[in-house]
Design a protein around this ligand. Structure first.
Ligand SMILES: Cc1ncc(COP(=O)(O)O)c(C=O)c1O
Length: 383
């Protein structure tokens, strides 16, 4: 599908007017390619819904239960992922990180351990202790796949939960149905919980399939909670609205025990998410086409100008995980690249073990700005 007109016409001076973290953390000489925000204009249905809310002066508290949000999400999951969800099994939370934190605090006793699979989305390393729990690291096998033997050993030794990042940030990998079914079996065998962070799932790219964890078996439905959001796919992170999905009576009853503050979300976030889920398919398809093109562009540019860089193109999302170890830039190549090349990537070591020597690049932008980010990286490495 051809990109929607205007989707990739993202002028740098317009982007620099944004007040979000991506565009305000560094000075105007730096090209930001770090935090997971996209540069594309908002989906028109989302923009309209937000503009109408502002026009109504409708900025009070959210009432998601009285809105169409759960029904819109159920429709979206059915259409996009073939996942049939009962809207009564959907509860809002402010964001995925808060939802994970509150669920862990609810489900586990203080000090109990939670499996994380580094290199992985770095806030997991702080949210687990914030929930009063300890971390049990089971690094990805070969830096990419779930180490199911390692996870089994962790559960057997007493770990009580795992945060599953699928699709995976930063590798962009997607777990297979078989891997997920085996994981669910392990969770059932050891009475462990799986908190499946599926925030990147709507951004699964051509050639890959996202399998929702809760669908793989009865064990997965009984031991799992899915955390989803429109915030990555529709660039709504600043609006504060994510959703917890369950698929069994026990897990739904557990979610009902969450404190009121845990299920509170932003009113504009709920309005935007509902519009995105209900009417955002066309825009999302256009974004996926751009991201697919950017994925190929990046692979080509790296092969041509940084042949020693190791990079497996993402199967979902717009983040690219690049191993620059062979260029002798130390454990954190993002630092010298920022200094010498004036382009800001996320620092590999932030994602935990296995992140040394890596940078995470954000390809959620126009092909022109992506090429400029690579040009600056190459200039820094050649300097
Ligand atoms: C895997 C993953 N989970 C959660 C988040 C953050 O989600 P939220 O803003 O809803 O907390 C991100 C953001 O990039 C992410 O990549």
């Amino acid at each position: 599908m051809a990109p929607e007109p205007g989707l990739t016409e993202v002028a740098l001076d317009r982007l620099r007017e944004r007040r979000s973290a991506k565009w305000t953390e560094y000075g105007s000489g730096v090209l930001p390619s770090w935090v997971a925000e996209m540069d594309f204009p908002l989906a028109p249905p989302v923009k309209r819904a937000l503009a109408e809310a502002v026009e109504r002066d409708d900025t009070g508290y959210a009432n998601p239960a009285a809105s169409g949000l759960a029904g819109a999400l159920a429709g979206f999951l059915e259409r996009r992922q073939g996942w049939t969800v009962d809207p009564d099994q959907i509860v809002t939370c402010n964001d995925v990180v808060a939802g994970l934190t509150d669920l862990l605090a609810l489900l586990l006793e203080p000090g109990e351990r939670v499996v994380l699979t580094p290199p992985v989305y770095h806030p997991f390393f702080t949210l687990v202790p914030e929930a009063g729990c300890g971390i049990w690291e089971v690094p990805l096998a070969d830096g990419r796949a779930l180490d199911l033997d390692g996870i089994a050993a962790a559960f057997a030794a007493g770990a009580r939960a795992m945060v599953l990042c699928n699709p995976h940030n930063p590798t962009g990998g997607v777990a297979s149905r078989d891997e997920l079914a085996e994981l669910a079996g392990l969770a059932a065998e050891h009475d462990a919980w799986i908190l499946a962070d599926e925030i990147h799932a709507p951004l699964t790219l051509a050639g890959a399939e996202h399998v929702p964890f809760l669908t793989v078996s009865d064990a997965a439905a009984e031991r799992g909670f899915a955390l989803v959001s429109a915030s990555k796919a529709f660039n709504l992170a600043g609006l504060g609205c994510a959703q917890i999905v369950t698929a069994a009576d026990g897990t739904r009853e557990a979610v009902a025990e969450l404190p009121f503050s845990a299920t509170h979300c932003g009113h504009l976030g709920a309005i935007a998410a509902e519009a995105a889920y209900r009417d955002g398919d066309e825009w999302l398809d256009a974004v996926l086409a751009v991201l697919d093109g950017n994925r190929a562009l990046l692979a080509g540019l790296l092969a041509e100008s940084l042949p020693e860089a190791r990079h497996v193109p993402p199967r979902a999302g717009y983040l690219a995980w690049i191993d620059l170890s062979d260029y002798g830039l130390g454990a954190d190549p993002a630092a010298p690249i920022l200094e010498r090349g004036r382009v800001a990537f996320s620092s590999g070591p932030m994602f935990g073990s296995g992140g040394e020597g890596h940078v995470r690049l954000n390809a959620g932008t126009s092909p022109e700005l992506l090429a400029e980010a690579v040009r600056r990286m190459v200039a820094a490495i050649d300097a």
